[in-house]
Design a protein around this ligand. Structure first.
Ligand code: DCP
Ligand code: MG
Length: 402
């Protein structure tokens, strides 16, 4: 009894939280930060009406997970292509008890891995070329990668320096978007990324690993059940070596094994992880993207090799900026006419001004008018010009419009 009581309590708390969450989602007014709402957990929280728009949105979610291939090593190989075919690792020297941060795929063929002691890596691969690493450069590539991803995402959640989730509008072609992203990253940044496409974050993350490096994998809603069944539990994010060991003691190896257990039994044995496993084993993951990087505008800019002097020279740049901006807006799924235009001017002395007017039109003429006004603010040569548009607030019920 003293074991059963806490379990019932945990279960009650869990169900109560789920219930509270779903109730809140049903009655919550439209929220810009939450374009695709999670639905309740059907087997736990009771019946869900088929007409529940929330559930429909959940079924239609399209999440893309992007992960760079051997990220630090890829950047180093881009900087020095001669490194492409030799085993390289980024990390500290063996005599300083260094560890490998990452290594390229030729080094992986020797068994070298992230977090391995450099001394051990050298034993496995004696001709391994060790590089010290350049964090500032990697951070810069990372920021440019996120800018590319933002072109396609309704929401973007960066999870680490080389990894992000994108939520895209349900009616867009996720496979084509992932292909375009991978091509642009290859051309513009000189590195490769892998992509996973699925109805939720958990499946998208597993899928991006499925065809790595330089590949992509789609898990369609109808394939979820089969995809998940054979999945080893250690592949589930949140299942570390200690939990894996414990699961093995109970003869739980794959998601199919977990499905044999009732929710209550899983919670009683594994606590909160048990509740998580119950869902993941069925391909369920209601987590939304973290909205911090929710896109607010689409813009392009250009820094000039020589500063521009005079209004006429600046205005002459508008058609070229407009063309790039229009392409970018199209890729993001918006229409130029829906955006509120602004211009950005950076002067030769690095001072900068931004001018917006929500009543102005996002057309070449509109941007030209804004630029003329902005240039009047300072009488200096111009080093950078940018144009952009602020996005309207997104109503999830209008997703079909984009
Ligand atoms: N990293 C690190 N230390 C670790 C793991 C990773 O410093 N223990 C750094 C180096 C990696 C980057 O973070 O390049 C991204 O980590 P990933 O786990 O995505 O590994 P990679 O991108 O290097 O390889 P993969 O192709 O497997 O994604
Ligand atoms: Mg990676």
């Amino acid at each position: 009894m003293d074991r059963i009581l806490p379990c019932i309590l945990i279960l009650f708390l869990y169900e109560y939280t789920v219930l509270l969450t779903s109730t809140a989602q049903v009655i919550r007014p439209v929220n810009l930060n939450n374009p695709v709402k999670a639905s309740r957990i059907d087997n736990v929280a009771g019946d869900v009406s088929p007409s529940d728009a929330t559930l429909v949105a959940e079924q239609q979610r399209k999440v893309i997970h992007i992960d760079c291939d051997c990220f630090f090593a890829s950047v180093e190989m881009r900087e020095n292509p001669a490194l492409r075919d030799v085993p390289i690792a980024i990390g500290g020297e063996a005599d300083r008890r260094g560890v490998v941060a990452t290594c390229n795929y030729p080094a992986r063929a020797f068994g070298v891995r992230s977090a391995m002691a450099t001394a051990q890596a050298r034993k496995l691969c004696p001709h391994l070329k060790l590089l010290p690493g350049r964090m500032a450069l990697y951070r810069d590539v990372s920021a440019r990668l996120m800018d590319i991803l933002a072109d396609y995402a309704l929401q973007l959640e960066q999870v680490s320096v080389d990894e992000a989730y994108l939520e895209i509008a349900p009616q867009r072609n996720a496979t084509a978007i992932a292909e375009e992203i991978r091509q642009r990253v290859r051309e513009e940044l000189g590195i490769t990324v892998s992509a996973g496409i699925a109805p939720n974050k958990f499946l998208a993350k597993i899928a991006s690993d499925w065809n790595k490096p330089d590949g992509q994998w789609v898990v369609r809603p109808a394939q979820v059940d089969e995809f998940v069944a054979a999945l080893p539990l250690k592949k589930i994010p949140g299942i570390g070596p200690a939990m894996e060991k414990k699961l093995t003691l109970y003869k739980l190896h794959t998601c199919a094994d977990v499905r044999q257990w009732p929710l209550m039994e899983l919670v009683r044995t594994f606590g909160r992880t048990g509740a998580m496993l119950y869902e993941r084993a069925r391909g369920i993951d209601h987590r939304l993207l973290n909205n911090e990087r929710l896109r607010k505008s689409v813009s392009v800019e250009r820094t000039f090799a020589q500063d521009l002097a005079g209004e006429a020279h600046c205005l002459a740049q508008i058609p070229q900026l407009w063309e790039r901006w229009q392409e970018r807006v199209e890729r993001s799924g918006w229409r130029t006419s829906a955006l509120a235009p602004f211009v950005k001017v950076k002067f030769a002395d690095f001072t900068q001004t931004t001018l917006a007017d929500s009543h102005e039109e996002a057309t070449t003429e509109g941007f030209s008018r804004l630029l003329q006004l902005a240039l009047k603010r300072e009488n200096k040569a111009v080093r950078l010009l940018g144009i952009g548009g602020r996005l309207p607030e997104v109503d999830p019920n209008q997703l079909t419009l984009f």
